[in-house]
Design a protein around this ligand. Structure first.
Ligand SMILES: Cc1ncc(COP(=O)(O)O)c(C=O)c1O
Length: 420
C-alpha cells in the first residue's frame, strides 16, 4: 500500500481509474486504545464491519487479540494474520460443517446460539467437546439505535430461562455466557444498562451463574446529523449495568465493537464520470461502498479533490453509482462546489465501517484500490478531528436564513412569538 500525505497527492500523481479506499490505520489504533483503556472488558473486534487485512493487522499491532467472526471466511482471514488470535463464532445460526471446521481446524472454542436446536447442533458437530464456551444471544430492545439487530436473532425473555438452563447444563470445562446487541449506531448509552437489566432478570429467573456477559457492538460513530454522546458515557453505563447484574466476582465482561473501531478510519475516493444537472454519476455506488448512503439515505460528508481552483458556491447534489440498477442512487444531499464536473474526484468520508465490507461485483464493478493517508479523518470521537460534521448550507440557503432573521418583529411581540 502506498502512503500519501493527502488525497490530492494521490490524484496529482496518477488519477486513479478505480475507487480508492483511503485508509488511516492510526485512527484504528487510537480507537482500539480507547476501548482498552476505558472499558473494563475484553474487546472482540466484529470483523464484519471491515474485513480488510490491514484492519486486522493494525488491531493486532495495537494489542487487540480477540475477534468476533461470523463465517469460515472471516475465521480464515483472521487466522491468516494472527495464528493465535482468540476467535468467537458469534453468528447464532451456523452450518454443521462450519462449526466442525471452526472447532477442529481453526481452534475456535466460543460459539453463540439462540435456540435449543442450535445448541444440539454445536454439541453434535464438535463431538460433545468438553471445552466449549457457549454464549446465549438474548433479544433486547433496540430503542435509540439506527439499525435494530434483535429482529432476526436473540431468544425472547419468555424463552430465555429454559435455554439458559440447558446451556448451563451442557457446558462442561468451558464457560457459559450471555450476549445481546442493542442495535448498530446506538445513540443512547443507557440502552446498554437497560439491556443488561433485562438480561439480568432472565438470569435470575433461570437461577444460573453466568461466566461471561458480552454487551455486543452498537457503539456509534459520527455522521452528518448524528453526533453521539461522549464515548465515556457508554463505558459508564456499561460499568453501572454490570455492577447491577446478578453475576459473580469472576464473571468476565466482553464487548464486540465493529463500527466504533473502524468508521473514522477510511473514506472512499471516487470519480465523477458524468454530470447531469444536480446528478453526479460516480464510479462507486450502492453495490460498492455506499450501501448506507442508499438504503439508510445517510448523507456522508464529502470533499472535492481537484488540482486547481473550485467555485466557492456549494450546491446540493445527488449521486448515482456505476451499475445499471436504478436503486444504485444516493439521494444525499451532498454539498459540493457548483462547478463540479466530469473527471473530478470526490472524497466521501466516514466509510470505514460497512463501506468496503458491503461491496459486491455486480455489473463488473466493485473492485477498489487501497492507499494510506497521513491526514486526519473528517470527524473523530477520539480527538483526532472535530467531533461533529458541520451542516452545510448553500449561499442561497444562508441568505434565506438572514432574511428570516431580519424580518423578525422586535420588542415584546417578537419575544412572545419566539417563545411559542
Ligand atoms: C453479533 C454482532 N456483534 C457485533 C456487531 C458489530 O456491531 P457494530 O458495528 O454496531 O458495533 C454485529 C453487527 O452486526 C453483530 O451482529
Amino acid at each position: 500500500m502506498r502512503t500519501y500525505h493527502l488525497p490530492l497527492d494521490l490524484v496529482r500523481e496518477r488519477p486513479p481509474e478505480r475507487p480508492v479506499a483511503l485508509v488511516r490505520p492510526r485512527s484504528v489504533s487510537v480507537a482500539a486504545r480507547w476501548f482498552q483503556d476505558n472499558l473494563k472488558a475484553d474487546v472482540f473486534y466484529a470483523v464484519k464491519a471491515n474485513p480488510s487485512a490491514w484492519v486486522i493487522q493494525t488491531l493486532v499491532d495495537a494489542g487487540v487479540t480477540a475477534f468476533d467472526v461470523a463465517s469460515l471466511a472471516e475465521i480464515e482471514l483472521v487466522r491468516s494474520v494472527s495464528a493465535d488470535a482468540r476467535l468467537a463464532f458469534m453468528h447464532p445460526v451456523k452450518s454443521r460443517q462450519a462449526i466442525t471446521r471452526a472447532y477442529f481446524e481453526h481452534g475456535v472454542r466460543t460459539f453463540s446460539l439462540d435456540s435449543h436446536d442450535e445448541l444440539q447442533k454445536i454439541l453434535d458437530a464438535t463431538g460433545n467437546a468438553r471445552d466449549l464456551n457457549l454464549i446465549v444471544r438474548m433479544a433486547v430492545s433496540a430503542d435509540g439505535a439506527a439499525y435494530t439487530l434483535s429482529g432476526k436473532f436473540g431468544v425472547s425473555p419468555d424463552a430465555a430461562p429454559a435455554l439458559l438452563l440447558a446451556v448451563r447444563r451442557a457446558v462442561q470445562d468451558g464457560l457459559m455466557g450471555v450476549s445481546f446487541h442493542v442495535g448498530s449506531q446506538c445513540m443512547r448509552p443507557t440502552a446498554y444498562q437497560a439491556a443488561m437489566a433485562q438480561v439480568g432478570r432472565s438470569i435470575s429467573r433461570a437461577g444460573v451463574i453466568v461466566d461471561i456477559v458480552d454487551v455486543g457492538g452498537g457503539f456509534p460513530s459520527v455522521y452528518p446529523g448524528m453526533v453521539p454522546p461522549d464515548m465515556q458515557e457508554y463505558a459508564d453505563a456499561i460499568h453501572r449495568g454490570f455492577n447491577e447484574m446478578p453475576v459473580s466476582e469472576t464473571t468476565e465482561l466482553w464487548c464486540e465493537p465493529g463500527r466504533a473501531l473502524v468508521a473514522e478510519s477510511s473514506s472512499i475516493l471516487c470519480r465523477v464520470d458524468l454530470r447531469k444537472g444536480d446528478a453526479l454519476y460516480l464510479n462507486d455506488g450502492s453495490y460498492g461502498s455506499l450501501f448506507d448512503a442508499t438504503h439508510s439515505r445517510w448523507p456522508f460528508p464529502v470533499k472535492l479533490v481537484r488540482d486547481g481552483e473550485a467555485a466557492d458556491d456549494l450546491r446540493p447534489f445527488q449521486f448515482y453509482g456505476p451499475t445499471c440498477d436504478s436503486i444504485d442512487h444516493m439521494p444525499g444531499p451532498f454539498y459540493l462546489p457548483a462547478d463540479i464536473r466530469e473527471g473530478d474526484f470526490i472524497e466521501i468520508g466516514m466509510l470505514g465501517a460497512y463501506g468496503v465490507a458491503m461491496t459486491t461485483g455486480f455489473n463488473g464493478y466493485g473492485e477498489h484500490d487501497i492507499a494510506v493517508m497521513e491526514d486526519a479523518p473528517m470527524a473523530s470521537l477520539y480527538g483526532l478531528a472535530p467531533r461533529s460534521i458541520p451542516t452545510v448550507r448553500t449561499t442561497a440557503e444562508e441568505q434565506a436564513r438572514k432574511v428570516v432573521r431580519l424580518s423578525r418583529p422586535k420588542g415584546k411581540a417578537g419575544q412572545r412569538r419566539r417563545k411559542r
